[in-house]
Ligand binder design. Structure first.
Ligand SMILES: [Ca+2]
Ligand SMILES: [Ca+2]
Ligand SMILES: [Ca+2]
Length: 147
């Protein structure tokens, strides 16, 4: 009977070993997260930004003419007044939008008047509309939000 203690000792040692393993895992996890975070600053950040629906994503485009023709303009934030906006061809884009592509992960609302007022029309997330004509919204858009 010289070894009445082995079971408790073994259990204790086992518990201690587990704690040691857990601690090391925590350290390794911390280091891993730090490494991932650090890497994302240099490599992953641009792709992550593009995939996000945040205020920086240029994910909504209007066109001057139906079927995504003529001048276009892409938005990455709300715009309360199209009066100071031009299409890609230099022409004023106020009261002139007729088709749109929404690649944002959120709805984008168009309004007939500045300041997000008047008649409104929205495009669901990740949807297109090649002609605002059947939505009674041709040549009307003067502001947009939803970002
Ligand atoms: Ca504007
Ligand atoms: Ca208008
Ligand atoms: Ca339509």
């Amino acid at each position: 009977m010289e070894f009445p203690l082995p079971p408790p000792v073994a259990a204790g040692a086992f518990a201690g070993l587990n704690e040691g393993v857990v601690s090391m895992r925590k350290i390794a996890l911390s280091l891993g997260l730090a490494a991932v975070t650090g890497a994302s600053l240099f490599v992953i950040s641009p792709a992550a930004t593009a995939a996000e629906s945040g205020t920086q994503a240029a994910c909504f485009t209007l066109w001057q003419t139906a079927n995504y023709n003529d001048g276009s303009r892409t938005f990455s934030a709300n715009d309360a007044n199209f009066n100071n906006n031009n299409w890609s061809n230099g022409q004023s884009s106020n009261d002139d939008a007729n088709s749109a592509r929404n690649r944002c992960s959120h709805r984008v609302f168009l309004y007939a008047d500045a300041g997000y007022s008047g008649q409104s029309y929205y495009l669901q997330a990740n949807s297109n509309d090649g002609d605002f004509g059947n939505n009674a919204f041709s040549n009307k858009a003067s502001s947009l939000n939803g970002f």
